[in-house]
Design a protein around this ligand. Sequence first.
Ligand SMILES: [Zn+2]
Length: 189
Amino acid sequence: VRSRVDPRIPRRVDEVLTRSGAPRLPNGIGIDVRRILERFSRLNVKFVRGLNPGGRRLLAAYVPQFRCVFVEKDCIEARQRFSMAHELGHVELEDDFGDADSLFKTTEAFLCFEADTVTAAAGERTAGLRRRRETRANQFAALLLMPEYLVKEVWRNVGEVRRGADLLGVSKESLRYRLAGLGLIDESG
Ligand SMILES: [Zn+2]
């Protein structure tokens, strides 16, 4: 089941892409998300090996206090790029989602796990909030790395998931999902 996208998310993505000038990777195609984080959003990006606080494997984390994004070094590049875009999603979205109360309680750090199923000690309401936050950040990341115009252009030119994913610097799975979302392939694609 495809999750519904809050219209504020694509709006914010467009804003970031426009205002940052949508910098590209050396191949001239993929979005240079690291550059957006560092140059446009003024975040410190640190690649760290073994991001496992409390023994649970993190893909990335964002610590607002230091404007710092930590990314697991032992990950494939497409995954790291998605993580950076996901953390930027937290940065860009969480200031105008939810009430002020939730903001102060939860933004000490965003810890972003591989399979985001953390319920732990947190109550059901907190777990639900956390899941929604993670979903929003993932939606933001997918739109940032795979804006519609770019995906359509790449798809027109290569028409093949593996090659398209390489050019865009994303995983095959996320491109396939995005293509299905845009109706360019069927769900099973
Ligand atoms: Zn997250």
